[in-house]
Design a protein around this ligand. Structure first.
Ligand code: KIV
Ligand code: ZN
Length: 383
């Protein structure tokens, strides 16, 4: 049996930390319900101590979500953990997620704590969180810029106090994929097998998805992601890219996940609509152009056998494949589109329409069905 990778969605917590994004409680609840339909394993609903609104949103999500685990974030501080536990009270299945930084610069400049004091905080925090909930996750913030031996000591302090998910964030998006894989591999060899190792990567160098997958290759079995890759600065690893990579190349991974990929596109649209963050047209999996083919050679291939230029099934990911008529389109695609719309044509019409389409498409993204029909009608009226 293939091993399963858990998908931990942090759209409502790290994703909402995107500059300029502020979700209402209703929007958070609507996104949480959509994440439930998508069947993520864990929904990180927020950071309850950060504001009254965040507390209420976590509480509301915790009371409405039934089939996913709901997590809340807390620093390794008594009041944070107690507040997170209170916000999670209505949840059927809850996780308290505690974190503290383990890199030299964060411990010295930000926390002003010695490494020994950080280890003590971890043990105390995990024990306190375990007094409220069975399931506790520990994150070592800035793990990739931490001393690996100290990182292991921090992870073991959390493990011994009862945390069974240990997360190693690339908080500032600094790691190269091979370095991250080596770090996760070292931790996997040293930490008892009943702990799930987790990866959480930021996209400052555009490597968040690649680094997350490198971590999975090295033994991580939870990936922390956000829909459309939103999050602090350049964002988090994109949920849709990680999940579809694991599925589409299952031959390579030999791993499973529990997502219902047919809900991917709807989830992306809802998050974009609520956050106001537009999904770029060429974004993998969910972008408007992800399954569009414009050049004549590609369109011809697609009409003969869609697998010539598409190995992903757009329909099973919630969006259909679309041929766009543009200045590079060929006659095959035009014919297919006219037949699809039930419009008659002669060989001369095709030549004429192709010239019109090329000039109309100059400087535009492509000609849609409405524009094509106008061109056809105009041509027939002047014939
Ligand atoms: O990037 C990070 O380090 C985080 C932790 C709080 C998990 O978001
Ligand atoms: Zn993060």
């Amino acid at each position: 049996m293939n091993e399963r990778v858990r998908i931990f969605d942090t759209t409502l917590r790290d994703g909402e930390q995107s500059p300029g994004v502020a979700l209402t409680i209703q929007e958070k609840v609507a996104i949480a319900h959509q994440l439930e339909r998508l069947q993520v394993d864990v929904i990180e609903a927020g950071f309850p101590v950060s504001s009254a609104g965040d507390f209420e949103a976590v509480r509301q999500v915790a009371s409405e979500i039934e089939t996913c685990q709901v997590a809340a974030l807390a620093r390794c501080e008594e009041h944070d953990i107690e507040t997170a536990a209170r916000a999670l009270e209505p949840a059927h299945n809850a996780r308290i997620h505690v974190f503290i930084a383990t890199s030299e610069v964060h411990m010295r400049a930000k926390l002003k704590l010695s490494p020994e004091a950080v280890l003590q905080r971890i043990a105390d925090a995990v024990r306190q969180a375990r007094s409220y909930r069975e399931d506790v996750e520990f994150s070592a913030e800035d793990a990739t810029r931490s001393d690996p031996q100290f990182l292991l000591d921090a992870a073991m302090a959390a493990y011994e106090a009862g945390a069974r998910t240990l997360n190693f964030p690339d908080t500032v998006g600094y790691a190269m994929s091979d370095e991250y894989a080596r770090l996760i591999g070292f931790l996997r060899e040293s930490i008892p097998a009943d702990a799930i190792l987790s990866v959480h990567c930021h996209d400052d160098l555009g490597l968040a998805v690649a680094n997350s997958l490198a971590g999975v290759k090295a033994g991580a079995r939870q990936v922390e992601v956000a829909v459309n890759g939103i999050g602090e600065r350049a964002g988090n690893a994109a949920l849709e890219e990680v999940a579809v990579s694991l599925s589409a190349r299952a031959d390579h991974w030999k791993l499973t996940h529990g997502l219902n990929l047919g809900e991917i596109y709807r989830t992306s649209r809802l998050v974009s609509q609520c956050t106001g963050m537009i999904v770029q047209a060429n974004k993998a999996i969910v972008g408007d152009n992800a399954f569009r083919h414009e050049s004549g050679i590609h369109q011809d291939g697609m009409l003969k056998d869609p697998t010539t230029y598409e190995f992903l099934d757009a329909v099973s990911l919630g969006q259909g494949s679309r041929l766009v008529l543009g200045k590079h389109s060929g006659r095959h695609a035009l014919r297919e589109r006219l037949e699809h719309l039930g419009l008659s044509y002669t060989a001369d019409d095709l030549r004429h329409m192709q010239r019109r389409i090329k000039s109309a498409a100059e400087g535009k993204r492509g000609i849609d069905d409405g524009e094509l029909m106008s061109i056809w009608q105009e041509m027939k009226m002047t014939a």
